[in-house]
Design a protein around this ligand. Structure first.
Ligand code: GLN
Length: 192
């Protein structure tokens, strides 16, 4: 059985674990470099990107994960996870760092604050309609041509990508783990 990790430092870890378990994979909650070594793919959940970034440092995972990503580890970042994988973070904290594994610019809270959280149906390439749950979501403002856009959404200011992939690195500005629907995770795992 495939061993898939969920970075379990902060954020909505449990929801990702539940979805992965429904997909018949062996799920590892990744909190240490040893846990990371054992997985063949990793989900970086939503939560607070600055908090997760801090805990990556204190757990000793920051550099290990960077090296695994460079080595081709398939990674899927949702919401805060997308921010952590991006090349450029707009409206980030002054000391905010990210892995630069997805060649795109993302704006933190780009759809508004908590009050502006919302849900909308999305059309995902190869899947059809899925429920898009956006919570203090980052907005992807620019993608390099090396990034494939799998879904976009127009919040009234033109279409912006909301699900993207660059090779084995995937990112979503919404929360596929909150929609009680395993198909987006399934699509990611099928691509490995
Ligand atoms: N706005 C959060 C951040 O900057 C992300 C929100 C989320 O993951 N739901 O980390």
């Amino acid at each position: 059985m495939r061993r898939v990790g969920v970075l379990s430092l902060q954020g909505d870890v449990g929801e990702h674990v539940a979805i992965l378990e429904s997909l018949d994979v062996d799920v590892v909650k990744v909190r240490t470099p040893e846990h990371l070594e054992s997985v063949e793919a990793l989900i970086v959940p939503g939560g607070e990107s600055t908090t997760i970034a801090h805990l990556l440092l204190t757990s000793g995972l920051k550099d290990e994960l960077g090296a695994r990503i460079k080595d081709g580890l398939p990674v899927f970042g949702t919401c805060a996870g997308l921010i952590l994988l991006s090349t450029e973070v707009l409206d980030g904290r002054s000391d905010q760092w990210s892995y630069a594994a997805l060649a795109l610019s993302v704006r933190r809270n780009g759809y508004g604050r908590q009050i502006a959280s919302f849900e909308s149906p999305l059309h995902v390439k190869g899947l059809g309609e899925v429920a898009g749950v956006f919570i203090r979501a980052p907005k992807i403002e620019h993608v390099d041509e090396s990034v494939e856009v799998l879904a976009s959404y127009d919040h009234g200011d033109g279409a912006h990508p909301v699900l993207v992939r660059q090779g084995l690195v995937w990112g979503a500005s919404f929360h596929p783990e909150l929609a009680h629907d395993a198909r987006v995770h399934g699509l990611f795992l099928d691509s490995i």
